[in-house]
Structures are given as structure tokens and as C-alpha cells.
Design a protein around this ligand. Sequence first.
Ligand code: SAM
Length: 281
Amino acid sequence: MGNACSFVVRKRSEDESKYIISKEKSLNSNSVLGATTTIPSRIVGEREFHNDPKSVYVLAKDDIEKNRLNEQHFWVQREFWLEDIFPKNSYPESCHFAIGNVLQENPFGKRFDFIQMRYFAAALRANEWDEAYTSLYNQLKPGGYLQVLDTNVVKCTTDPELQDINHAFSQLLKSKGQDSDIGPKMATKMEAAGFNAIYNNQIEVPMGWGSKRSVRYAENMRSLYISIAPSLAEQLHIEVDVCKAKINRACDAMGPTKATVCLWSYLGQKPLDAPKSSSSL
Ligand SMILES: C[S@@+](CC[C@H](N)C(=O)[O-])C[C@H]1O[C@@H](n2cnc3c(N)ncnc32)[C@H](O)[C@@H]1O
């Protein structure tokens, strides 16, 4: 899958060219991810979505969504210990991006020291999580780290309109075979894949309470909900415009009703003495 950000790829050397994707060349044209290059996007309510029948990913993939994710990236990292890991304004020259499907064979032909998996809560089917963690385990070198940062699609709230949106979002994910409550289960699943969990944290983040950060979080959620308003409206059996108005009221009420969202962060390590993977990567 991957959005257009994933195509910001530069060729570093002849040797690396097989790892590098452009809009014309995908690593694996059969993959959920590579399909972005061959299947035209689906447009719903002026927003752009993936159109891969194998994928259950329901969020948008256009520039507005990329900006929303970038914004979330910028300040959510600061909630944890991650700030120093990520470059602030630019990536080092040696860095390049490529698309891969976490559920398919590693196309890079090598193992990694560090993998981050962030915001996948609405990306995989319930029965794909174990497979995904096993795949990432196999793609790490012994002693390598998997860092996971994720959030709950269901917000903690007493507001009936936000509860309706929670319900609609959960039903939408359920209709795709997803688990809308995957966050608290991630650590157990990582350990089942073989990781030693060396950091496991959960925080509850206020939304719209008044601080700059909480207000930005509420606005970020508004942008997400509005992007999938047609799907939420279908679940709620209401018109899209009525749904958008409901979303706006629910987001305006986040502060006064003290809504929060859970963020989970895990750091798992592949044991140094891990046996060689039976997988071919
Ligand atoms: C909510 S976005 C998060 C994007 C990015 N990780 C971030 O933190 O900003 C979820 C991403 O997962 C990607 N995705 C969905 N299914 C995937 C799969 N099977 N393998 C790899 N990526 C996938 C989507 O294309 C989307 O870019």
C-alpha cells in the first residue's frame, strides 16, 4: 500500500536500484503495496483511496491525509522517547524510501537492525497481526528492534455523538475483518512472535481540552473522520452532510466532554541468540 510519500525514492547506486521504486516500477506488482502503481485510486467524496481488492485499509491516501499523518508524526513522537530517532527537517542523504507489504516476503533480500511499524491499527485484518509480527521478526537481525506506535480507533468519551462515530468506525473495520481494539493486544502478539518486550507503555492523550497539543489532536481526528465521512454515514444510515455535521459537533465537544485517546508504544527486541529464521526473508 503506501501513499505517495512512499514514492519519494532516489536511486543511490546501481546495486541499490532493485530496492528502489518509482511510479513506473513497483517491487512486486502482485503485492497489496505494489498495486498502488497499477490500480487507479478510488475517489469517494473528492478524496482518494486505495483500490486494491486485497487490502482492507479504509483511510484516504491523498495529500490531505499525508499532511494529517505528518502532523501526527511531528508531535506524537514527542509523547514518547522517539524524538531523537527521527530527523526533524530532512532525511540524511543515505535514506531512501521504498514500498513493501508487511504480509509478503521481504523484497530487499537483507535483514534490518531496526523496524518501526506505526499506525497500523486500521490496516490489517484481525487474523493478519500474528503473521505481520512474525514477518517483521524474520526481517530483523538477531538483537534487532521492532518499535511499534499505535492508537485506538475508539476514543474514550461520554459524548453520544462521538460514541456514534466510534461505533460506526468500529463497524466499518469489523466489516473488513479488522479488530478495532487491536492496540492492547499488540504486545502479547509481539511476544508470541518471539520478541522480548523491552518497553511497553500506554498513555491517554486528551483531545481538544485546551492545550495546543490536545487541540491539534482533536483537529487531526476531525480531518480523519471527515475523510471517511461517506463510509461512516453508510454505517450510521444517514446522509453524508448530516454525518459531517455530526463529526464537527463531536469534535467540538471533545474538550468540554474530556475525550481522550489511548496511544500504545512498544519496543521489542529479537533475541541475540535467535535461531536462524526458516523463512527466506
Ligand atoms: C495510518 S497510515 C500510517 C502511515 C505511516 N506509517 C505513519 O505513521 O504516518 C497506515 C499505512 O499502512 C499502509 N499499509 C496498509 N496495509 C499495509 C500492508 N499490508 N503492508 C504495508 N503497509 C500497509 C497504508 O498504505 C498506510 O500508508
